[in-house]
Design a protein around this ligand. Structure first.
Ligand code: NOJ
Length: 510
């Protein structure tokens, strides 16, 4: 287990929208390099960069055409390697985004696989035996290839599924997981990982990590075996490299070999009750001031998974990601401060999505590169009040996505000069986390006060106690022995046998 994860705080960068340095309207590697000091000063010491490889960009780069080539719109392979080196000089690690479940339909492997004559890549993707034989239960495309057969999709139409085999093959065209061609797919993906690790990348965020083996069982036996095999490679050759899965099932993912797994937003799940509980018109999010939520719905879902993660790796909380509505969609700045205070003082490794530190808004926009509703969370970073919010020198019409043009759109520059800003709160919270081993990824966690219908939540981290009251009323909770407040948002205090939490307050006590 890489020790650096204990004190890691990740910053997710959607490279399209972070910083454009060559005036073409889209972000680039050089832009990330120029903002490394900003990221370090914020308190983040690791990056996750969304796919930055050659691609037709029908799914924003999650449709890879060449795993070993940087997308020219961001720069060259050399630029990406320079980014690794510059980040390392500042104590920042860099995770790339590995998409192992599918490629672009324009990947040369797929072009070869579509050919009528059998070749090395014929089984790299999943094909049925005949052009009129559907793929039974799997999404598929027929009629587009000279090869007679239909192929299975992993996500959008542009993303044919790579073939890692079937756990219990039921049809002649379903290969077993130990078929040499399925092993070859796994080895090809390991080769891609080695390629970037050898050049200084520090690991991978793994897209749809559970999707590899088809007809897998509930325990994901087939898929887990592949990740265990990958982990063996990392442990022996790249022990400092880290992998985080897009899975949401730490019971399986961490056992399989991932070091971290995400608690992803899902309709009605525990994570969604924190900041995005607005499904049925009314907003009952725990961090909404008048949401009347309580923390128990989060804990019911979180605790079993947290328990399963202990000693195996980390179950991680995110402010947001490129697939989710920004939390500023429904939470105001004060509500966000409390939500982030919670996320940054919980166990596991926290992930901050670019722009959330200033409370960037969700914009209603037409779809771009397969983004659909997600597009509104992918707009250019707002650095200052200059042209295009300091994102790019390009003409407005040629920007990748429009910048938030509201008069009160938040910017880094404005918040840097306001000591009461969300940005300052994020910085102070991350500084506190780095300074207190008790707040870091593997320190003990125990809920102390979590009641149905109660607005406040109190939890212990190591020797510290953390208390949060997101509601508009004052809440008094029984004291837990600690007396001195070492960090606060809003007004709260300790009094003999109780903690008094005034409206919208957060305390760390020792
Ligand atoms: C999950 C990624 O986060 C998302 O953006 C992408 O569209 C799908 N996987 C398909 O790769």
């Amino acid at each position: 287990m890489p020790q650096w994860l204990k004190d890691a705080v990740f910053y997710e960068i959607y490279p399209q929208s972070f910083k454009d340095t060559n005036g073409d309207g889209i972000g680039d590697f050089q832009g990330i390099i120029e903002k490394l000091d900003y990221i370090r000063d914020l308190g983040c010491n690791a990056l996750w960069i969304n796919p930055c490889f050659d691609s037709p960009f029908k799914d924003a780069g999650y449709d890879v055409r060449d795993y070993k080539k940087a997308a020219s719109r961001y720069g060259t392979n050399e630029d990406l390697c320079r980014l690794f080196a510059e980040a390392h000089k500042k104590g920042i690690r860099v995770l790339l985004d590995l998409v192992p479940g599918h490629t672009s339909e324009e990947h040369p492997w797929f072009t070869m696989s579509q050919k009528a004559e059998t070749n090395e890549y014929s089984n790299r993707y999943i094909w049925t035996s005949h052009c009129f034989e559907g793929a039974k239960g799997f999404p598929y495309i027929g009629g587009e290839s000279e090869r007679s057969g239909v192929y299975v999709l992993n996500f959008f139409k542009c993303q044919p599924a790579l073939n890692y085999g079937f756990l219990n093959p039921k049809e002649p065209w379903q290969l077993p997981v130990d078929h040499p061609d399925c092993i070859a797919t796994r080895e090809a993906m390991k080769d891609v990982m080695r390629y970037w690790l050898d050049q200084g990348c520090d690991g991978f965020r793994v897209d749809m990590a559970a999707s590899l083996v088809k007809n897998d069982d509930e325990e994901k036996t087939g898929t887990c075996a592949i990740w265990s095999n990958v982990r063996e490679m990392l442990d022996s050759d790249y022990p400092e490299a880290a992998m985080v899965s897009e899975w949401g099932n730490p019971q399986l993912a961490l056992k399989a070999g991932f070091h971290m797994d995400f608690f992803l937003n899902g309709r009605g799940n525990g994570y969604s009750t924190l900041m995005r509980d607005y499904e049925n018109q009314e907003d009952h999010s725990f961090f909404k001031k008048d949401g009347h939520g309580d923390i128990t719905r989060f804990l019911e879902d979180y605790l079993p998974r947290y328990e399963a993660s202990r000693d195996n790796g980390y179950f991680c909380l995110l402010t947001c990601n490129h697939d989710t509505l920004r939390p500023r969609y429904n939470l105001d700045e004060t509500e966000l401060k409390l939500a982030f205070a919670f996320i940054f003082t919980m166990p596991g490794v926290p992930y901050l999505y670019y722009g959330d530190e200033i409370g960037m808004r969700y914009l209603e926009l037409p779809t771009k590169e397969g983004g659909y509703f997600r597009t509104g969370s992918r707009t250019p970073m707002q650095w200052n009040h200059e042209k295009n919010a300091g994102f790019s020198e390009a003409e407005k019409d040629s920007l990748y996505l429009p910048v938030d043009e509201a008069d009160d759109a938040p910017t880094v520059a404005a918040q840097e000069s306001d000591p009461g800003s969300l940005l300052h709160t994020v910085k102070s919270l991350l500084a506190l986390r780095h300074a207190s081993a008790d707040l870091q990824a593997d320190a003990a966690f125990e809920p102390v006060y979590a009641e149905k219908g109660a607005a406040a939540f109190v939890y212990r981290r190591g020797a510290l106690t953390v208390a949060v009251n997101p509601s508009g009323g004052t809440v008094t909770v029984p004291s837990v022995g600690q007396k001195s407040v070492i960090y606060s948002i809003g007004n709260g205090r300790w009094e003999e046998d109780r903690i008094i939490l005034e409206p919208q307050s957060f305390l760390v006590l020792e």
